[in-house]
Design a protein around this ligand. Structure first.
Ligand SMILES: C[C@@]1(CC(=O)O)c2cc3[nH]c(cc4nc(cc5[nH]c(cc(n2)[C@H]1CCC(=O)O)[C@@](C)(CC(=O)O)[C@@H]5CCC(=O)O)C(CC(=O)O)=C4CCC(=O)O)c(CCC(=O)O)c3CC(=O)O
Ligand SMILES: NC(=O)C1=CN([C@@H]2O[C@H](COP(=O)(O)OP(=O)(O)OC[C@H]3O[C@@H](n4cnc5c(N)ncnc54)[C@H](O)[C@@H]3O)[C@@H](O)[C@H]2O)C=CC1
Length: 164
């Protein structure tokens, strides 16, 4: 896992709109991608975003021909792992970035435990092995950086200004 990717303005498709999709959408929406959700049932939070015009919701089962190159990223978040896999395979065929939330081995990318402090982004991954540990480590490092660390935010600005 090498890159930080900007998703602002990019088209992101969620296959499935349940509890886990909701948690991921809450994170992603901060960066303002164009989110679509296709699922026969969505959570109340997702429905409200749809009503407010913040995301596009199509309330039906997903079809393989819904997966098109229009999408920059597809998140496979249905409760059907076989279906998630089929969607991943289609994405791979079409060269679309995808994250299968039910099997990280099918995925191009994975969500990380992350936090942004000024210009600093802290990202922790356990390569899909133990997400709760990634979360714990992030919280510990975040507290350490905020409470104990020296002027890293100032240091970043000073170095950046020197380069200009
Ligand atoms: C592969 C991945 C999805 C992907 O592909 O993107 C994935 C998959 C799975 N997570 C599961 C469970 C939990 N996930 C969390 C939390 C987080 N999960 C996140 C990422 C990822 N989770 C990716 C790998 C990341 C990595 O490499 O470390 C974080 C870091 C980022 C985010 O989601 O925003 C976020 C912390 C956010 C933060 O605080 O910042 C907690 C804890 C909690 O919620 O407190 C639990 C319950 C405890 C537990 O079971 O560990 C299960 C079910 C396991 C089972 O039932 O057995 C699967 C499915 C599976 O493992 O198959
Ligand atoms: N942190 C993580 O990344 C975690 C990921 N998972 C995985 O996430 C997936 C979703 O879990 P939950 O949100 O808890 O399930 P859920 O039951 O709350 O939601 C499932 C969603 O899939 C939709 N769906 C079902 N069949 C569909 C179809 N044919 N076409 C389109 N949408 C369809 C449902 O309508 C619903 O919106 C599971 O595959 C699970 O393995 C599970 C736990 C943690």
């Amino acid at each position: 896992m090498i890159f930080n990717i900007k998703i602002t303005g990019k088209k992101v498709l969620f296959a499935g709109g349940g509890k886990i999709a909701e948690a991921k959408i809450k994170k992603l929406i901060k960066e303002s991608p164009e989110i679509s959700v296709i699922a026969p049932e969505v959570t109340e939070y997702i429905r409200t975003l749809g009503k407010g015009g913040k995301i596009n919701i199509i309330e039906r089962e997903i079809r393989i021909d819904d997966i098109t190159e229009n999408y920059f990223l597809v998140i496979c978040a249905t409760s059907n792992q076989g279906l998630n896999r089929k969607i991943s395979i289609e994405c791979r065929k079409l060269g679309i970035l995808h994250d299968d939330l039910s099997n990280h081995r099918n995925s191009d990318i994975m969500m990380v435990a992350s936090t942004i402090i000024g210009n600093l982004t802290l990202s922790i991954s356990t390569d899909g092995m133990a997400p709760a540990i990634a979360r714990r480590l992030k919280t510990e490092l975040e507290e350490d950086l905020i409470h104990n660390s020296n002027n890293f935010e100032e240091d970043i600005k000073t170095i950046y200004n020197k380069k200009m």
